[in-house]
Ligand binder design. Sequence first.
Ligand code: PBE
Length: 308
Amino acid sequence: MKKFNFGTKKFLGMTSLAAVLVLGACSSGGGSSSNAAGSDASLGDQVGHKIIGIDPGAGIMTATQKAIEDYGLSDWNLVEGSGAAMTATLDKAIKKEEPIVITGWTPHWMFSKYDLKYLEDPKKSYGEAEEIHTIARLGLKDDQPEAYQFLSNFEWTEEEMGEVMTSIQDGTPEAQAASDFIEAHPDRVAEWTDGITPVDGKEITLTYVAWDSEIASFNVVQQIMQDKLGFKVKGLQVDAGPMWLGVAQGDADASLAAWLPLTHADYLSQYEGKIEDLGANMTGVKTGLVVPAYVDATSIEDLATAAE
Ligand code: PBE
């Protein structure tokens, strides 16, 4: 039409309107149209529809795939990595006050270091009333009764594990953090070792995964078994699958890192009858999706804004 009539001002106005339209189209990315009207981008758009996960064998990864289905988050991607990579990415985001969505669990030192919150999980994709169990190979009871007894006795609290985890996170070597804990809690150690006759250098192999919670439990148990009960304790740091497999095949004697009933349900059903469950070494633990407190979302349902 009257295209040669535009003054400079009006022309600039047109340009920026076009820019806004283009930006609007980009930010609505995952098919959202309701959120493109100039308001803030959705959390999904801000974080590139990425959930920062950990090692692929972790039960929380399976639970998160289930959450993605349960909550209709097909435009979201679960990024594989490791516990250490996840906390490094979290640290960077928090320093820049940027939004981020991670797979998180309690106990974990990150909740004391940062102001974080779980996204509510009304569909219970991450289960309820989770516990950490100690599992043993079949036969341990008969051929290593002292180890069996101690491993059955050992159970502690989130606060106690927190002391060890925080100390390691602050730079104390793992074994030292465990020894410090033992020294600070003689009564607890006495409860766990009560009535057990020390052995003379018998070997015990424990498997665990490099999750901060399990690094803490392995080191404490290793130190107590060595210093108070005379065992020689070997630790095999492996992925979650080999951790269960090692105990089921009898290559390892036990593990303190079985999260049940939900997180490691697949592993438990795979090795049913091939391992002995010695019961919970910690109750009241939790897994889920976690965000910094400054992120507005309160529920996993809030991640699905594109579908509204
Ligand atoms: N975790 C920590 C593990 C169990 C312990 C929650 C990362 C998992 O997802 O398998």
